[in-house]
Design a protein around this ligand. Structure first.
Ligand SMILES: [Zn+2]
Length: 280
């Protein structure tokens, strides 16, 4: 009643029809808010609270979690009912029903957290930035073979590679032992991830490069120095391939532009394509 009075006071006497409309709208907003809170979802890992509508994969996951919770509650209620019966029969005090939340394994928590980040943040970001919505990882092999000559020129020192320069400098500055220590390896690993192709892309690219340059013995110890042939693949040829794939995907005018995209899309790639999907 009081809210109605407040609304009435706000309206000029000449306009009688307006408060009705406002009241309806206010009511609708309140109902929408309630619906949102009820349909909302909190990530069990990062505790981010999200409101619907959700993209379909996330909605499916949330529904499954809610169903599990309901089932768990029913089980607890059934157990409590039995306990109440027992207590009544024995004439002892009936304990109250305290519903526990179902436990979610650490692995599942990570899956859930990753999915909401992919669906609500990364995918819209990818669309905005124009990254390919889907990547055919199986087709990477043939595409990389097109770059074989250019990559050979890098190995032969006939073409500049910033990644090679950086790797050589790290070895010069730190010495081989330090350059191979876990922390500096990790830092360089981040820098050499093939952008939005992510860890999954890195895996496929490495497979093909191993085939072309290692199994054929083309990239031997002397050509790779001061790196080992495998380090050379990881630190030089993987990012050089990534830059070329990205240039091709986005039809960019040069490799510098593609390098920029590769750098800024690393986080996207490491979240969206974090794992290697098993072949179906
Ligand atoms: Zn989360």
């Amino acid at each position: 009643m009081s809210s109605r009075n407040r609304l009435k006071r706000l309206v000029l006497p000449s306009r009688v029809s307006k408060p009705k409309l406002d009241l309806k709208q206010t009511a609708k907003i309140i109902i929408d808010k309630q619906a949102n809170i009820e349909g909302g979802f909190e990530c069990p890992l990062c505790f981010e609270h999200m409101l619907p509508p959700f993209p379909r994969p996330l909605q499916r996951l949330i529904s499954t979690l809610k169903k599990n919770e309901e089932e768990f509650n029913r089980e607890q209620e059934a157990k409590h009912k039995l306990l109440v019966q027992q207590c009544v029969e024995e004439g002892s005090l009936v304990p109250p029903l305290v519903l526990l939340k179902p436990g979610i394994s650490e692995n599942d928590q990570q899956v859930i957290c990753r999915m909401h980040k992919v669906e609500l943040v990364m995918k819209p970001l990818g669309i905005k930035k124009g990254y390919p919505a889907q990547i055919d990882f199986e087709a990477i092999d043939d595409r990389i073979k097109q770059f074989k000559q250019e990559l050979e020129e890098i190995i032969e020192d006939k073409q500049d590679s910033l990644f090679l320069t950086n790797a050589r400098e790290a070895h010069k500055e730190l010495g081989s032992v330090k350059a191979r220590q876990a922390t500096s390896m990790m830092n360089r690993f981040e820098e050499t991830l093939p952008g939005y192709y992510g860890n999954r892309g890195s895996h496929y690219i490495m497979e093909t490069l191993n085939e072309i340059f290692l199994k054929s013995n083309y990239l031997d110890k002397s050509k790779a120095e001061p790196l080992t042939p495998i380090e050379y693949i990881q630190q030089v040829l993987v990012p050089e391939t990534g830059v070329r794939l990205i240039k091709q995907d986005l039809k960019l005018p040069n490799l510098q532009e593609a390098s920029k995209v590769m750098k800024e899309s690393t986080e996207y790639g490491s979240i969206v394509y974090s794992k290697i999907k098993k072949k179906e």
